[in-house]
Every structure is written in C-alpha cells, then in structure tokens.
Design a protein around this ligand. Structure first.
Ligand SMILES: Cc1cc2nc3c(=O)[nH]c(=O)nc-3n(C[C@H](O)[C@H](O)[C@H](O)COP(=O)(O)O)c2cc1C
Ligand code: SF4
Length: 678
C-alpha cells in the first residue's frame, strides 16, 4: 500500500472514501431540461473512472421554484430527477467513487425573470450586485415552505442513490440568513447569531428526519465573509462549532470570502495570476478549532500542494475541482507514478466564466471535458501508421501533434520561430497570464515522450512538405495582427501584439481602439499604463472587453483602475492623421451624428488576427481533398473521406487561427476533433 498521504482512505461516518481527493460541487451547466442526462453523466463518470474519491455533483441544484436556475442548475424540486440521478450514481459507484450532490436555494442570487417568474426572496430587500434582483423580504410561510422543499429534495437525492447532500450556504439563501449584512428579519430568524443560524439548522433537522442517519450531510459555508460588518473570522469559528455541535451534519466545507460581486467571487475562486491555495491555512484553522471533518477547495491546482494540504493536516479531503476539469485522471496518474503527465489547470477560468454568460463549462485546453460522449480523454491507437506533417507549433499545432502521436503516427512539426507557443508564448509574458505557458509546456512534454520531431527556425514551404512525403498535412500557422480597420491612416497605428511582444515601445499618451474585446487589448493597456503613460481604451461595443468575461476582468480592473486607464464605450475610431509628432484620431459612432477628435502620440488597434494561410493555399492543389473538410464527418466523429483530386498525394487540413481568428479553446478543439480520427 502506498504511503502517499493523498492515497490514504478516509472514513467519513459510514462512508469509506478511497483517497483524499475530491471534486467539489460545481455546476458545469450541462443539464438538459434541468436534468442530469447523458452528457452530465458522462462528464461525472469520467472523473470517477479517473480515480477521485468522491465527486460532488450539481453546483447548487435548486430545491424551490423561486430559486430559478442562473447557470442551468439542476432542478432538484422535480420528482422526475430521481431516475436520472439514479443512473448517474450507479455509474459512478461502479467506478468505486462516492457521489454527493449540492442542494441550494439561491435566495437573492438569482433573477425574477427566469423560470416561473416568481419574486426573488431573501431575508432583506437588499439586492445582490451580481444578479441585480430586488428581493421580496421572506415571510413566515416562505420560510416554512423552503425548509420543506429542502427536505423533499434531500429525500429525492437519497432515492436517487446519492451518498449524501451538501448545502450550498455561502452567498446563497442559507448564508444570507446567517450574515448580519443580509438578514434584516425580526423574530425567530433574525437578530442574534442563534436566530440567524436557525434557518440553516432547521433545514438540516428537516433533511435529517427525512434521510436518516446513514446518509452524509454537509455544508459549504463562509467562515469569514471578509466584509466590514459581515461574518468575521471569530464569528466563523463560532458558527463552525455550532454546526458541529448540532449533531446534524458530518463535515464542514470551508469557504472564505463573499460572492455577491465579481471581485468577491474571484477572491473565493482565484484565477490565473492570483496566489495558489490562498485560503488553505484558514481552512486548517477551522479544522484545528473544530476537530471535525473539514473539506476545502480554492486554487489547489497541483498535486504537491494537495499533498501538503493533507500531510500538514490542514484538511481531511482536498478539493481539486478545476484541476479535474483539465485532467479527470489525476488520481490514476498519481497511482501510476505519472504525475508529470497530468495536464495542468492554468487557472484561465474559461470554464467558470462561461457558465455566468449562459454557456457550458469548457476547459481552455482540454476540449474533451464536457464532450465525453464524442471526444476522448485517452486517445486510442490508429490501425494504420501515417506520416503527419504539421506546420505551426502554437496551441492548435501542438495539440494536433500530441493527438496524432498518441494515435501512433509519425509526426513532424515545423515552426518558423525559435520556440513553440505562438500567441500563448506572448500572452504568457504578462505576469498575470504566465500560467498559460503550461498549455505549451505540457504539450511539448507529451510530444517529446511520444517521439514527435520538431524543426524550429524553419519556414516550411511546399518543397519542405513534399520532402517529408506526408499522408496528412495540418496547417496551424495562426494569424498576424489585423490592424487595417481605418478609412485613413492605417500606417500610423500599431497592434496590441506589437506592444505585448515588446516589438514597439509604448507611447506616453495612447489611444487603444479595441473592438476585438479580448485579452490582448487589456494586456496591452496594462503594459502601456505601467510605464506611466496616459491610456484610453475605446470600443464601439456597449461594454468594453466583452470576450474577457466577468472573473477574468477582475484582476485587470484592479490594476487598470489604479493606473487611471479610462474606458470609452460606443465610440469608433474611424481614421488617423499625422500632426507633427502627434496623431489626430478621428472618432465617430455607429449610432451616428457625432465626430470627435483625440490628439495622442500612439494608437494601438486590437482587432484580432488575419489568417496566415499562404502555405495552405499553395498546398491545396496537391492534396487529395483540396483542403475540404466534411463537417458531417467532423461533427459525427468519423474519419475524413473527402477525395476530390485523384492526383493528390496527401490530405490537407487547416486549424485554429489559420482559418479565422478565434480563441485558444477553439484552436485546441479544432485540433483534437480532427486529429483523433486521423
Ligand atoms: C464551472 C464551475 C461551476 C461551479 N459551481 C459551483 C457551485 O454551484 N457551487 C459551489 O459550491 N461551487 C461551485 N464552483 C466552485 C468549485 O466547487 C470550487 O470551489 C472552485 O472551483 C475552487 O476550487 P478549484 O480551484 O479546485 O477549482 C464551481 C466551479 C466551476 C469551475
Ligand atoms: S478553463 Fe482554465 S481554470 Fe478552467 S479547468 Fe481549464 S485550465 Fe483550469
């Protein structure tokens, strides 16, 4: 038996957990009609297969109709959920993992214009900044109704074969009761800590009566809101002890912070560029103060930190949630002593940011996550070994190389630069985004193990390709910054990438015209503003940087606001003209009727990239498929069979930004779904 602290079993009441790593509850927004159907099940089972001790499903499954989904949550208030839950729990148990579900009433953390259009409820009329709904203040009959809803939902989950239920308290209705900041009730549920905790304990009592003792109940709650006047650290320890002493629950799952604003949420679930494991010591203090089973997750992305969390007695079970979205097979790889092969979570938060915009959670660099029904996490070998030549060693090219090599093909990669990474290497030059380089480093490590041949500093042309005598050629040459967006004066502007790469020195009074709205614009702005320059970001959109999304925006804003960067929305840079050593920027608006000017010494345009596709078009005539991709075959997961040119000697494909400017996830998904069938 291994002596790795992470691989030791843990006895949680009657439940034996096979190791110390859990996936904490999170809603990937995969439900269909509010039910955990095939996609949800496949995603959940993959993590169980990968060896995790317990997978905690359903961030915040809703127990009541007046807690309508805000990110496609499961509807635990419907009886029809039971058979779906049963199929999922049976499949997870077959893999030897335990499975729990998180139940919630969102309280004010939702909206009234969703679901059944019922008023949002909370223990006060104060609205939550993030969801903006002004709540109805709860009445006695609301409270009784919701307590019963929790008990009904817990009973459904037990009937569905769950090992237990966790209450999502933090930021949701339960902690809205507990926090003095959000509870303005009189009577038995407002005022003293006893009264403010009454709702939580009444809910647990009602659930325990329904589910009996042989069922795990736990709570995920904030033990320190980090807000003036809110639940503080001392209160948190007192609350933790009272929860323990209630005798109603089996573990504590500790959160530190508040989630009513984007910045608050981002401190609870930190993203790339923010410190790792920021609340682990705090969770350890709660464990020490309560001597009670303690769980915790918050940016513990690597095995070494997780191991430390257990070995040092900080927690009993360590959550590696996003880490499992990036690599569902972490535990298996630890057991097989292949920790180097674990695909690292880079904290990009593409996963979480997407669900708040109504999308499904996808991992920025594992395109199989959430697509387990069609995309493999483990690539099967091909029947026939082919020669695959790839041009470009950015994320798309490297993913194609990795996957093709896993298939057993002979893979050669040509890259014009002296190192791999493309735009990601530039992006990772910002301190805030340096973790992105692991997307490249992990793929290079995998490719080296798989025997991929790399030629750097090599500008591949048709002769270079022909000399390889390939069966398949994949063009992943990416794109070049696209700045030709003005009616006049295009020669006067530089691109955001010129700034990020350091090729162009920042000016002192700079206008950034950003209508791509992605990271590059903000990265360039930060880079320039840090030199002490005056910076204005202008966009024709209704809001700036729409592609950056909520949590990713937080660290930028913390920096850019301090640097006094200004934001101008709904205006468009139309032209530029030289005036001495200054540039006059002519500004209009898509709404019409305005013409303004700015005088600056530098204009930066952020407008995505234009494909670098010359080689593709040169290779097209010699290919069997003339570059054509069958979208039906691509989408259904079948090998490409287009054969339009009897003279052709290879299949030709292009992927990533070499087709059109998109993002890292799209580039990697392009590569995976094509290369897995080569
Ligand atoms: C897509 C996504 C959805 C999440 N939804 C919930 C949720 O509904 N309830 C919850 O308690 N935590 C939720 N979380 C937070 C995770 O459980 C976890 O606390 C967080 O990701 C930090 O841990 P990690 O750094 O190991 O990922 C979510 C996380 C992700 C990535
Ligand atoms: S998108 Fe980023 S944070 Fe989310 S799982 Fe993937 S690597 Fe981790």
């Amino acid at each position: 038996m291994s002596n790795d602290p992470l691989l030791q079993p843990y006895q949680l009441k009657h439940l034996t957990l096979r190791n110390r790593i859990i996936v904490t509850s999170h809603e990937p927004a995969y439900p269909e009609d509010g039910m955990p159907k095939e996609r949800y099940r496949a995603y959940t089972v993959e993590r169980a297969r990968g060896g995790v001790a317990m997978t905690m499903t359903a961030g915040s499954a809703a127990v009541s109709k007046d807690s309508p989904p805000v990110f496609n949550n499961l509807l635990a208030y419907k009886d029809e959920i039971v058979p779906w839950v049963r199929e999922m729990t049976d499949a997870v148990h077959e893999q030897g993992a335990a499975i729990m579900i998180q139940l919630t009433h969102l309280g004010r953390r939702t909206r009234w214009d969703k679901g059944d259009w019922l008023p949002v409820v909370a223990p006060s009329h104060q609205r939550e900044a993030s969801h903006r709904a002004f709540p109805k203040k709860l009445e006695d009959w609301d409270i009784a109704r919701i307590i019963k809803d929790f008990a009904d939902a817990a009973e459904r989950m037990k009937a569905g074969g769950m090992d237990g239920v966790e209450l999502e308290a933090y930021g949701h209705l339960i902690d809205q009761f507990t926090s003095p900041l959000t509870n303005e009730l009189d009577g038995p549920y407002g005022g003293s800590l006893d009264n403010r905790m009454r709702f939580c304990l009444d809910v647990f009592r009602a659930m325990r009566e329904r589910v009996g003792d042989d069922f795990i109940l736990g709570v995920r709650y904030t033990a320190d809101e980090c807000l003036p006047g809110g639940t503080g650290q001392a209160d948190g320890i007192e609350i933790s002890k009272r929860l323990r002493d209630s005798g109603l629950i089996d573990y504590l799952n500790v959160i530190r912070g508040h989630i009513d604003t984007d910045p608050g949420l981002t401190d609870v679930i930190p993203i790339q560029g923010m410190a790792n494991s920021p609340h682990l010591d705090f969770a350890g203090e709660i464990r020490a103060a309560t001597n009670f089973p303690t769980f915790h997750a918050a940016k513990i992305p690597d095995v070494a930190t997780a191991r430390h969390a257990i070995a040092a007695g900080k927690v009993d079970m360590v959550g590696m949630t996003r880490a499992h979205m990036t690599d569902p097979h972490i535990v298996r790889k630890i057991i097989e002593k292949r920790e180097d092969d674990i695909r690292p979570c880079v904290g990009a938060n593409y996963c979480l940011d997407r669900i708040y915009q109504g999308g499904m959670a996808f991992c920025i660099h594992n395109a199989a996550t959430g697509r387990e029904q069609t995309m493999p996490h483990t690539i099967p070998k091909a029947d026939i070994r082919k020669k695959v030549v790839i041009v470009g060693a950015g994320p798309a090219g490297l993913e194609a190389a990795r996957v093709a090599a896993e298939r057993g093909h002979a893979v050669v990669v040509f890259e014009a630069a002296n190192n791999p990474g493309g735009q990601i290497r530039l992006t990772a030059q910002s301190e805030r985004r340096r973790e992105m380089i692991s997307i490249i480093d992990w793929r290079m490590g995998q490719c080296e193990k798989l025997g991929v041949t790399f030629h750097f500093n090599t500008w591949a042309d048709t002769d270079t390709i022909a000399a390889e005598n390939p069966d398949v050629v994949v063009i992943a040459t990416g794109g070049l910054p696209h700045t030709e967006v003005l009616s006049n004066g295009n020669e006067l502007v530089v691109s955001s990438w010129d700034i990020i790469s350091g090729d162009v020195k920042p000016g002192t009074n700079v206008l950034i015209f950003d209508d791509a709205g992605d990271h590059a614009g903000l990265q360039a702005a930060e880079f320039i503003a840090k030199t002490g320059a005056k910076v204005e970001i202008m966009t024709p959109d209704r809001s700036f940087a729409p592609e950056v999304m909520a949590m990713n925006l937080v660290p930028y804003m913390r920096s850019l606001q301090k640097l006094d960067v200004t934001f101008t929305v709904t205006y468009r840079l139309e032209a530029a003209e030289k005036s001495g050593n200054q540039i006059i920027a002519h500004v209009g608006s898509d709404y019409g009727g305005v013409a303004k000017q700015r005088t600056v010494d530098q204009i930066v345009v952020n407008h995505g990239t234009i494909p670098l596709d010359d080689l593709y078009f040169e290779l097209k005539p010699g290919s069997k498929n003339l570059g054509e991709v069958s979208y039906d075959e691509l989408i259904s997961g079948a090998p490409q069979t287009v054969d339009r040119n009897p003279e052709g000697s290879y299949q030709l494909f292009r992927i990533g930004d070499a087709v059109a400017a998109r993002n890292t996830h799209a580039a990697i998904y392009d590569a995976l779904r094509l290369a897995k069938d080569i």
